[in-house]
Design a protein around this ligand. Structure first.
Ligand code: NCD
Ligand code: ZN
Length: 348
């Protein structure tokens, strides 16, 4: 990797993105396909992508929405429910339709109502995945509303993740969009081919005070919710260390502006247009640009047993900061993430 006023990376992949469907998909897909060569596509549509059949048709919809000359590859995931059929799941994995399966604890986040009510019910599914080498992707928050929202990830480790990993020692797990020092420490204490974590650009950039800076900031609201500054620092430290257990996953999750700016605004940050540039800024601020290629382009493929992309992407440092327009979707808009610092890099 060359570093100067320009920066060249192996073309990255996004190991966690929400592309939605219909017109929203058509609008957001270009931003993901421009920055990334592959992406793990989240299955929390309404209704969710559960079966191999669902995933084949969703993947077809995504490919049909791509520019003709695009070689972007959507990697599909299955939305686990209490009723997931392990035979269909593993058959879909072996056929190459599914790359992984996603566990949403029921009620934890956007479109998670059909998620899993009790992970014990899924032990046969986890055993089958473990035998097949199929990765399990986890939204790691407990759903007990008596547990403070800022503690839900921390508690999940002790109450759900550690017991699950003890029952399925060979299962490959990605702890998605981690937000706490506890999660960083937990992942660091594990075997790198069994447990890894994605880290988002927004959780590297904002803490919980930023959510309320001068007033409530609905466009920074996402789940898991950003935590105290000490947690943000732990995430930055993990990402910038180059440790192969940590890799890029934007969790870009578009919602129309009226769904965010509402008396009950929904969770999700749309960052696809500037996710890579935000990561670059964070790594630069922490004198870790030499570790960015590992985080953005090598660690993810290694965990998923895939080859890194054989293309490169070049960035240049500008003298004036970049700005990003909102995305027009139908008669509404989706607001692009605004990090609390200027973005001076841009793709060449
Ligand atoms: C995601 C969404 O909108 O689909 N929202 C979010 O806040 N991250 C769901 C998720 O990944 O939790
Ligand atoms: Zn997500």
């Amino acid at each position: 990797m060359k570093i100067n006023k320009s920066l060249t990376l192996t073309k990255p992949d996004d190991w966690h993105v929400h592309l939605r469907s219909g017109e929203m998909l058509a609008k957001v897909l270009r931003d993901t396909a421009t920055s990334f060569n592959r992406a793990i596509v989240m299955p929390n549509l309404s209704p969710p992508i559960r079966t191999t059949y669902d995933a084949v048709s969703y993947q077809r919809e995504i490919k049909a929405a791509l520019n003709k000359d695009s070689d972007f590859t959507p990697l599909m995931t299955s939305y686990l429910t209490d009723e997931t059929d392990p035979d269909d799941l593993i058959a879909g994995f072996k056929r190459g339709v599914f790359t992984a399966a996603k566990l949403y604890p029921a009620g934890a986040t956007t479109n998670s109502d059909s998620g899993v009510t009790n992970t014990l019910l899924l032990d046969p599914v986890f055993s089958a995945m473990s035998n097949a080498g199929m990765p399990l992707l986890i939204h790691g928050e407990v759903v007990d509303h008596k547990i403070d929202i800022f503690d839900r990830e921390h508690k999940f480790i002790e109450l759900v993740l550690e017991p699950l990993r003890n029952r399925h020692k060979n299962l490959k797990i990605v702890f998605e969009h981690i937000t706490t020092k506890s999660a960083v420490d937990y992942v660091r204490s594990s075997s790198p081919d069994k447990l890894a974590a994605t880290i988002t650009p927004h959780h590297l950039s904002v803490n919980r005070s930023d959510l309320f800076a001068g007033g409530i900031r609905p466009h920074l609201y996402c789940l898991p919710i950003p935590k105290r500054e000490e947690h943000r620092i732990a995430l930055v430290d993990a990402a910038c260390s180059g440790d192969k257990r940590f890799f890029l996953g934007t969790d870009s999750a578009p919602h129309l502006i009226e769904e965010k700016e509402s008396s009950c605004g929904c969770a999700g940050v749309y960052n696809s247009p500037n996710a890579l540039l935000t990561y670059i800024a964070i790594f630069e601020q922490n004198n870790a640009l030499d570790k960015l290629n590992s985080f953005a382009s090598l660690n993810g493929p290694e965990f998923y047993n895939l080859k890194p992309n054989n293309k490169e992407i070049e960035f240049v440092k500008r003298s004036s900061p970049m700005s990003f327009d909102d995305l027009q979707v139908g008669s509404s808009r989706v607001k692009t993430f605004v990090p609390p610092f200027p973005l001076f890099w841009s793709a060449k």
